[in-house]
Design a protein around this ligand. Structure first.
Ligand code: SDX
Length: 394
């Protein structure tokens, strides 16, 4: 069922692995967390319940969920001395750079506790990560604007606390919107895991050296920041804004994306595994319409995105290359509707992906034969060269 499968040492050399966490079928567009279709979890679960499922392997009982939520609240504060870190980043610092640094610094403020079993130590560390990364993201946002930091509240759920920490103010209390709260749960459920993507592979690779979990997660955040990976959600909005500035005409952008000599890619399109529509993008697209409707908002970028999708998916180049919208194509529209600033979009992806990173690291760490990742190469350089004294060089 979910027994530890001893990996062939060869896996450790290639970066591949066996896993019982997430199943993807790129041809059929199937995504399941611990066997449950992501569509069902998006419809019926919460982010905290899905995080528990990914990390522990089964859906929690009512008591287990209640205890997990309590622990997340207990560990939701960030050491006050860490505020000094935030204050010393330049105001222009990208939140992903701040987050990766702060997560790595967590080990310094939360060293190994004496007297705990390894299992207890792992559980408290993963709970701290899940809760404090969310708190730190909101802190980074508030401090970047010179606003007072809002502390987590014991009576709010994980997601409600995030929205409150982001948007509450001493002079203008934040009014929780249940529709937005549901949208945030779904947004994070859709991002929660995705088998061996770039950032998860980074977490497993760095973790295989037996470094602490905070450092391994910090490496995952750094990898996710890349515009070809999690950073794409910010790039999609920037691309849609450029199309908007071009009078809504995407023709030149599609032309550039098809030009092999042009490094420009249609952001939010294509996927290493999905060669059909990303199942998450379907749900995200529906959520755009729903969130904008309940908020009585109109976002012209959604119209531009839908028109771009219509044109691109019918274009022979995109058809031949099996290029369809991925999770990042519509996600930014949902975040804009929530009032999240564009430079925080990838941070939102990182908070969502945390349970997956943790579950994947835990799966590796629970394998008694967890080998150090040490991929090999095919050497194509010079052989049998000799040292040449500097005066004899060309
Ligand atoms: C995420 O792995 C995961 O699971 C990631 C993720 C997760 O949940 O963790 O799903 C999250 O990272 C989604 C992807 C977000 N990135 C983007 O939207 C950036 C735009 N997309 C591309 O850069 C690209 O599609 C990748 C990087 C996502 C995947 O590309 P591959 O599989 O590495 O393929 P490739 O770059 O070698 O492209 C194959 C062909 C090439 O054409 P040829 O040279 O063969 O003629 O397809 C073309 C590429 O030029 N192509 C695109 C394109 N994506 C691929 N051409 C134009 N626009 C694009 N978006």
């Amino acid at each position: 069922k979910t027994g530890v499968i001893t990996l062939d040492p060869g896996f450790a050399n290639t970066g591949s692995c066996t896993s019982a966490i997430t199943f993807m079928d790129g041809e059929q567009g199937i995504l399941r967390y611990r066997g449950i279709p992501v569509q069902e979890l998006a419809e019926k679960s919460t982010f905290v319940e899905t995080a528990y499922l990914l990390i522990n392997g089964d859906l929690p009982t009512r008591n287990q969920l209640s205890r997990f939520s309590e622990l997340l609240n207990e560990h939701s504060l960030v050491h006050e001395d860490m505020h000094l870190f935030f204050n010393n980043f330049p105001r222009s610092a990208h939140p992903m750079g701040i987050l990766s640094s702060m997560v790595n610094a967590l080990r310094s403020f939360y060293p190994t506790l004496e007297g705990l079993t390894e299992k207890e130590e792992i559980n408290i560390t993963l709970t701290r990560l899940l809760s404090k990364v969310r708190t730190m993201a909101a802190m980074a946002y508030k401090m970047s604007r010179g606003h007072a930091v809002v502390y987590p509240r014991p009576n709010l759920s994980y997601c409600a606390n995030f929205l409150n920490m982001m948007f509450d103010s001493p002079v203008k209390p934040y009014k929780m919107d249940e529709d937005l709260l549901r949208a945030l749960n779904v947004f994070w459920i859709l991002h929660a895991d995705h088998e061996q993507n770039c950032s998860t592979a980074a977490v497993r690779l760095v973790g295989s050296a037996r470094v602490n979990l905070y450092a391994a997660i910090s490496a995952g955040i750094a990898a996710l920041w890349g515009p070809l990976h999690g950073g794409a959600n910010q790039k999609v909005i920037e691309m849609l804004e450029m199309i908007q500035e071009n009078g809504g005409d995407a023709t030149p952008f599609i032309k550039k994306a098809k030009d092999r000599n042009d490094p420009f890619r249609l952001m939010g399109f294509g996927h290493r595994v999905y060669k059909t529509y990303d199942p998450r993008a379907k749900i995200m697209k529906e959520m755009c319409d729903k969130v904008l409707r309940v908020l009585n908002l109109h976002d012209p970028l959604l119209d531009i995105a839908k028109k771009l999708e219509e044109v691109a998916v019918e274009d022979p180049y995109f058809k031949d290359h099996n290029l369809y919208p991925n999770v990042d194509f519509y996600s930014g529209i949902v975040l804009r509707a929530m009032g999240i600033p564009t430079n925080m979009f990838t941070v939102m992806f990182a908070i969502g992906r945390l349970p997956g990173w943790i579950a994947q690291w835990k799966e590796g760490a629970s394998d008694p034969n967890w080998k150090l990742y040490r991929p090999r190469q095919i050497y194509i350089g010079r052989t049998d060269s000799r040292f040449v004294p500097i005066d004899e060089r060309g």
